[in-house]
Design a protein around this ligand. Structure first.
Ligand SMILES: Nc1ncnc2c1ncn2[C@@H]1O[C@H](COP(=O)(O)OP(=O)(O)OP(=O)(O)O)[C@@H](O)[C@H]1O
Length: 232
């Protein structure tokens, strides 16, 4: 059974129908990539998964339980980690404090996992710096590390390559692959950078105007010319 199952989800902003009968699943050990042009509803889908916007109909099951009525806090505690678009680092808090925010719903005194500094060595040297003083790429790494701090089973990332230098994009791609390959985490990745998405995709979903218009195994993306579907 899939770790995450999204079934026939509909969502509206006021009178605008934003998500239309969206179906999606994510499996442990796999990267599920969500592709689509600007404004098709990708971020709204992720916010719906996280409980940041309410869904109107349909269901979301995580780890065998319906979560569509759960608060964002409850979903985080159940094991969903979220890396929002634009990173949302606390600019005036230090790197260490930002990482501690990722542990907010763990018992007090829970240490920051040392492993995060193996994944992102740069963060170790910068523990005392303010988040706002980091480069965009470093902030993205910090945002991912913050989401990983509590040991999620599902990691959701919204356009982690946006505005990031190529060498850091490569590092982030390696970390995503490694996390998936361990087999105890599912990853949902929204991406506009097609090559990055294709390289990481075990499964893909393409959205257009709030609907899923194509999906399948990542290995078929080239043959199905998915690049063309999302080209700007
Ligand atoms: N808070 C909101 N209130 C009303 N409409 C919104 C709101 N947020 C997004 N929308 C609209 O919903 C649609 C989907 O937006 P969404 O951000 O989910 O798309 P996206 O695929 O993530 O795009 P992008 O890649 O630009 O982030 C767009 O038409 C957008 O204008």
């Amino acid at each position: 059974m899939s770790l995450l199952q999204v079934k026939d989800v509909n969502q509206y902003y006021g009178g605008s129908h934003i998500l239309r009968n969206v179906n999606l699943s994510a499996e442990l050990g796999k990267v599920t990539v969500v592709l689509g042009r600007n404004g098709v509803g990708k971020t709204t889908l992720l916010k719906s998964l996280m409980g940041l916007v309410p869904i109107k109909s349909g269901g979301i099951t995580f780890d065998g339980k319906a979560i569509d009525k759960a608060t964002p806090y409850e979903r985080a505690r159940a094991g969903i980690g979220f890396v929002p678009q634009g990173r949302e680092i606390f600019a005036r808090l230090t790197v260490q404090e930002n990482l501690q925010m990722g542990l907010a719903y763990k018992p007090g005194g829970t240490p920051i996992p040392a492993e995060l500094f193996e994944l992102f060595p740069v963060l170790k040297q910068m523990l005392g710096r303010r988040g706002g003083d980091l480069s965009g790429g470093q902030q993205q790494q910090l945002a991912i590390a913050r989401a990983l701090a509590a040991g999620p089973k599902l990691l959701i990332l919204d356009e982690p390559t946006e505005g990031i230098q190529p060498n850091i994009i490569k590092d982030i791609g390696k970390v995503i692959r490694m996390l998936a390959d361990r087999g105890n985490m599912a990853i949902v990745l929204v991406e506009q950078y097609y090559d990055f998405a294709e390289e990481l995709a075990d499964q893909y979903v393409v959205m257009e105007r709030g609907e899923v218009i194509a999906s399948g195994p990542g290995s078929e993306m080239q043959a199905k010319n998915i690049r063309q579907l999302v080209a700007i």
